[in-house]
Design a protein around this ligand. Structure first.
Ligand code: FCB
Length: 497
């Protein structure tokens, strides 16, 4: 791994780095997503999204009231403001805005406008995601395989953007393009749950990237000063993360179509050159992925759709990313596999994959990763749009982590890792912790990520907010202390308490 000193590159104009202080315009926030916190989906008379069938079949826990954010957004916004945050990330839910049959649901759209205004009134810059893993049930579970998916998304984006653009400058088009494609068609963990569908994964990723480009163009048409990104989850295997970003950047690098595969092959080499030497499992994954890659394959591969190239050519913008959004949990692709029967907190896991979100914290890795991303895209500022730690609550019992980490330490050390990157000249402009509060984690309430816990056995409409996190620690207090300290120029808040 190159050191950060070696990877530092020219930074965007106006950036002050290495001063040891927080950049003036740095945003501290918390990240949420509509389906995970709003509640009120997939029941009778409620908007139905692509998780409806799985909820009805009992394949997942019903989302139910979630955290009651739709009815009581004030509670979450007040808590975020009380942390000292100056930004709040939320998503708009497609199934609410265009439930089908009735055209645009104006009342739902107005409610989102009110929520965004609620952010602004509290000094929270809204960061709005247009698509966070969900779409209306009526579009089918396989929406992202349909050729008309990007155009459908663009039509939805136009509706949302026309209502919110006056108040919202910061946007995520499509959340985690890579996770959406991989979880749906390679790992089978999102509906419709088909695993090892390589061709389908490639189609879905292509369509999702098109959707990003259309979303970018739509937002900028309404608001030229917008700051727009998408945020892959960080993954070491090139085709699963970085390649998707490189496709979006190719035009701004002046890469002609005929040269694209050669350029991607070069970028792949450059990406791996900046990462530590791989172990056996990681090397195997990288080789297999490169052989099957839809761009610059090293093996014989079936032709894959490349519609995103047409979308990029048709865009009025040379570059359809204003900042680089980074979601950081555990980028090591090989670490996501485990021997069946491995220990987890709360029992053994029979599957050959690591339990979802059972990610080992690695703050030093975050600093390095940000340095690498900057080296690969100098001139683009970075946002850490998600970063957080999971423990589990099963049958009302909270399980700690086998590695002994707690959330206050995680918050402190990961923010310190971001600051270390800033000091090294990496232009990080914001950090959004995942998440403010325990929420619906894609089929289950067991995984807990909140700075605030939720006691689901008490209270109504989603349970009662706790002052502590699910492990009984004052994670919210620690984030508040860290934010306040850094704003006051006091770095000692990053030292172990
Ligand atoms: C990310 C998702 C987010 C949440 C976290 C834990 O992949 O974007 O919704 O589930 O993981």
């Amino acid at each position: 791994m190159a050191t950060l000193g070696e990877t530092a590159q020219p930074v965007p104009p106006g950036w002050r780095s290495g001063s040891g202080t927080l950049p003036d315009h740095f945003l501290f926030g918390v990240a949420t997503a509509g389906f995970q916190v709003e509640g009120g989906f997939n029941g009778p008379g409620q908007p139905a999204n692509n998780w409806l069938a799985w909820e009805q079949l009992g394949r997942v826990t019903p989302s139910g009231d979630a955290v009651g954010f739709w009815d009581r957004p004030e509670e979450a916004l007040d808590r975020a403001a009380a942390l000292g945050c100056d930004s709040f990330r939320l998503s708009v839910e497609w199934a609410r805005v265009l439930p089908g049959g009735r055209g645009v649901d104006r009342a739902a759209l107005d409610r989102y406008v009110a929520i965004v205004d609620g952010c602004l009134q509290r000094g929270l810059t809204p960061l709005v995601t247009l698509h966070h893993f969900t779409h209306p049930d009526r579009l089918g579970q396989d929406l992202w395989l349909r050729p008309d998916a990007p155009a459908r998304f663009a039509a939805y984006a136009r509706v949302v953007v026309s209502a919110l653009a006056p108040s919202v400058r910061h946007w995520v088009t499509v959340n985690e393009v890579n996770v959406m494609g991989l979880m749906t068609y390679l790992l089978g963990a999102f509906p419709p749950g088909r695993a090892l569908g390589l061709a389908e994964t490639a189609i879905a990723l292509d369509n999702l990237l098109c959707a990003h480009v259309f979303g970018y163009d739509t937002i900028h048409a309404a608001r030229p000063d917008a700051v727009v990104t998408t945020n892959n989850t960080s993954l070491t295997v090139y085709e699963c993360d970085r390649m998707l970003i490189d496709l979006l950047l190719a035009r701004s690098h002046g890469v002609e179509r005929g040269d694209l595969d050669g350029w991607i092959a070069e970028r792949r080499r450059g990406h791996y050159a900046l990462l530590p030497a791989p172990g056996t499992g990681e090397a195997l994954l990288r080789r297999a992925s490169a052989r099957l890659a839809p761009y610059a394959p090293t093996g014989r591969t079936r032709s894959s759709p490349r519609r995103v190239l047409d979308a990029l050519d048709a865009s009025p913008h040379d570059r359809t990313l204003d900042v680089l959004g980074i979601d950081y949990y555990d980028p090591s692709s090989a670490r996501h596999f485990r021997l069946p029967g491995h220990r987890t907190s709360g029992g053994r896991n029979p599957s050959p994959a690591r339990e979802l979100w059972d990610d080992p914290p690695d703050p030093a890795g975050l600093t390095r990763w940000l340095g690498v991303q900057h080296a690969l895209a100098p001139g683009l500022a970075l946002w850490v749009v998600e970063n957080g730690m999971c423990n589990r609550v099963r049958d009302g019992r909270s399980f700690g982590r086998l590695d002994g980490w707690d959330r206050p330490r995680y918050v402190r050390e990961n923010v310190a890792a971001v600051m270390a990157a800033v000091d090294a000249g990496v232009p990080v402009e914001g950090y959004w912790h995942w998440s403010l509060v325990d929420n619906y984690e894609w089929g289950s309430y067991e995984p807990r990520f909140g700075l605030h816990g939720i006691d689901r056995s008490r209270g109504s409409g989603g349970g009662r907010w706790m002052e502590t996190d699910a492990m009984g620690r004052d994670a919210a207090g620690e984030y508040r202390r860290v934010i306040a300290g850094l704003r006051a120029g006091d770095r000692t808040v990053l030292e172990p308490g």
